[in-house]
Write a new protein. Structure first.
Length: 425
């Protein structure tokens, strides 16, 4: 039932609770401390000076109560961050119930059992909303049919199948971006035109960069040099920084940010979602999503550095006038259908959160990508299920490590619509 949390703080709590020798009643203390990367990190340690029950409550000192409250505050924030929640009420009720919020602010210790229970509920909540298909009509039925066909390939309960699909979507998103990222970094380090440079005047995203209390942005009409300078200010965390002055690791961090802004990132996330529904050996997605004349404002892309020094990227893409294509096998032939003209309010929303941990970000920033050979990776990809995994497995040192985490979701809300095209081949 594993789902990779893209939230490093939650990972630390869960990893502690799942250690060998840690029992249900073991207690934890967590503190925010300064890490070597210059950002705040969470230090986890066993709480040996406390216990549960009435007598432990009577013995508990003010200092221990304060440490318990601080630990719970960090844990609560980590849970909220998982769901992008501004308040605890924005967290799914199933997760809040497992948190036992009445124990917060009263000096109660946090146990391994509580961490595990909350983590399990959070995994299921994340999985249940990873791919949703709602609405009525032929288009909605096509999507629901593709989803049900994919879920039928997994074993276990309904929850097990939801987690399996969530894992596949996240894995596909990470792998697809990894394949493009390495090639793009190689081109930029070799002085070739970046994909960002090619795309900058046809942006399909609306990027924002958080630098302290400032937020900078640009659009397709912003001159290329100004776009690059904004990225330089972000990676340097310095409002006076210029792209022309970047060198070494800082320059490579700017290149990494450019790869996220380039069109291949957004397209890769979309492909990761649709390919996750594939069930046949040809690895062909049964559903494709399109929309003519899309506005970049409907695809926000936000960059920020976490307190722990990690790079955090949030992306969303809303198709508010969607076109849905469906391919299915009927009588030995492929039937291609296109649905359009959905009722007002219909939409498809794809979202992705990427986190590159502080240590992995430094590894990427100091890596030489010029020896990367994309033909080695593509030679392992033959249209089979899991071909992206096979491709990145051949990338050697250019494969993303565990410090890169991806969390993807997709929501279809389609009503009405009409079959605009049907062809056989």
């Amino acid at each position: 039932m594993a789902i990779e949390f893209f939230n490093s703080t939650m990972n630390q709590f869960v990893n502690w609770a799942n250690q060998d020798g840690i029992g249900k009643t073991d207690l934890v203390h967590a503190t925010a401390t300064q890490g070597t990367a210059g950002g705040a990190k969470v230090a986890i340690a066993a709480n040996k000076n406390d216990g549960t029950g009435f007598f432990a409550w009577r013995r508990r000192s003010a200092d221990v109560k304060n440490m318990n409250d601080a630990t719970r505050d960090l844990f609560r924030q980590a849970v909220m961050d998982l769901f992008g929640a501004k308040t605890i009420d924005d967290v799914p009720k199933s997760v809040r119930d497992k948190m036992k919020l009445g124990d917060y602010g009263n000096g109660h210790p946090l146990s391994a059992h509580r961490i595990r229970s909350v983590a399990k509920a959070a995994r299921l909540a994340l999985a249940s909303k990873a791919f949703t298909a709602g609405g009525a009509g032929e288009g909605a039925s096509a999507v629901k049919g593709a989803l049900n066909a994919k879920l039928a390939t997994f074993r276990g309960s309904k929850n097990d199948k939801a987690v399996a699909l969530k894992n596949e979507m996240d894995r596909n998103a990470k792998n697809r971006f990894n394949l493009f990222f390495a090639s793009d970094m190689k081109d930029m380090q070799e002085g070739m035109e970046s994909q960002f440079g090619k795309d900058h005047n046809r942006l399909i995203v609306a990027p924002k960069f958080k630098i302290g209390n400032e937020t900078l942005t640009f659009d397709r009409d912003t001159p290329l040099q100004e776009k690059q300078d904004i990225i330089a200010k972000f990676v340097r965390k310095d409002m006076d920084a210029r792209f022309a002055d970047l060198q070494g690791a800082d320059l490579n961090k700017a290149y990494a940010v450019m790869s996220f802004v380039a069109q291949r990132f957004a397209f890769g996330i979309q492909e990761a979602v649709t390919k996750s529904l594939a069930t046949g050996k040809a690895n062909e997605p049964p559903i494709l999503i399109g929309q003519p004349q899309r506005e970049a404002s409907k695809s926000p892309l936000t960059f920020a550095f976490g307190d722990d020094g990690s790079l955090r990227v949030h992306f969303a893409s809303v198709f508010d006038n969607p076109q849905i294509s469906q391919d299915s096998r009927v009588g030995g032939k492929t039937v291609h259908k296109v649905f359009e003209g959905f009722e007002q309010g219909s939409s498809v929303t794809i979202a992705a959160d990427f986190e590159i941990g502080a240590e992995e970000l430094e590894t990427i920033a100091n890596a030489d990508y010029t020896p990367f050979d994309h033909t080695v990776a593509t030679a392992e990809m033959h249209g089979q299920l899991g071909e992206d995994e096979a491709g990145v497995a051949a990338m050697g040192p250019f494969r993303f490590g565990p410090g890169v985490k991806a969390s993807v979701s997709c929501s279809f809300a389609l009503n009405g619509g009409a079959l605009m095209m049907e062809t056989e081949f």
